[in-house]
Design a protein around this ligand. Structure first.
Ligand SMILES: C[S@@+](CC[C@H](N)C(=O)[O-])C[C@H]1O[C@@H](n2cnc3c(N)ncnc32)[C@H](O)[C@@H]1O
Length: 207
């Protein structure tokens, strides 16, 4: 019996608004590295809407996630060309000093930095600084604190449930944590897109 593919319901709600931002910021060609692909549903939905001169590289730290990602993207990888070419998923842990990819024209990371210890975010920023050429974007999506405060009661409640699951998890403050850590890696002040359900798309570009 074949295993059903993994499904994250949030991807159905957030994929269109995130795709709109990606379409605005992505270059016409090169490699888009997706960090923390999870189920792979974002890759499978978004890649067909992007330039055929782009390659989409999914990845995740969890080796158990890779088969699910490839399961979602297989029909696109094996079917007629449609939009960006999707590559087989790679194991990539942001905290590793060396990543299995050494250059990317853009990096996308959705809903990871609050559902992982802060070192995962620091590793992401350090890795993105190593891989991206000047001006190239790192897109972070998720809920953030602003000025040290939650921006909605639902985000505060979500933060509490995350911290109950793991004391090292929790919403990060864009102003006090993420932007200073990004600046230390050579990223300029971000473009911020307000997306539905109190989430942000944060576009950090290498100086
Ligand atoms: C909440 S899921 C989000 C998945 C997907 N981006 C989405 O929006 O549906 C968080 C993902 O981050 C991955 N992750 C956690 N720590 C990581 C790390 N240090 N490096 C890369 N991925 C990591 C987990 O394995 C998990 O797949």
């Amino acid at each position: 019996m074949t295993q059903p593919l993994p499904h994250a319901p949030a991807t159905l709600r957030n994929r269109e608004p995130i795709l709109a931002v990606l379409r605005e910021i992505l270059p016409d060609q090169g490699l888009l590295l997706e960090v923390a692909s999870g189920t792979g549903e974002h890759a499978a939905f978004m890649a067909p809407h992007l330039s055929p001169r782009l390659a989409w590289q999914p990845s995740d730290a969890d080796p158990a996630a890779l088969a699910g990602i490839d399961g979602h993207t297989q029909p696109l990888r094996e079917g007629p060309p449609q939009g960006a070419r999707i590559l087989p998923a790679l194991r990539l842990d942001t905290t590793a000093p060396v990543w299995p990819v050494d250059r990317a024209e853009a990096i996308f990371c959705c809903n990871m930095i609050h559902i992982a210890p802060w070192v995962a975010a620091l590793g992401l920023l350090a890795g993105a600084a190593r891989l991206l050429p000047p001006g190239a974007p790192l897109l972070l999506y998720g809920p953030f604190k602003r000025g040290g405060e939650h921006t909605a009661p639902s985000n505060a409640a979500f933060d509490r449930t995350l911290r109950e699951r793991d004391a090292a998890w929790g919403l990060r403050c864009l102003d006090h944590e993420v932007v200073p850590a990004a600046a230390a890696q050579g990223f300029i002040a971000p473009e911020i897109h307000q997306l539905p359900a109190n989430n942000l798309a944060v576009v950090l570009r290498r100086r």
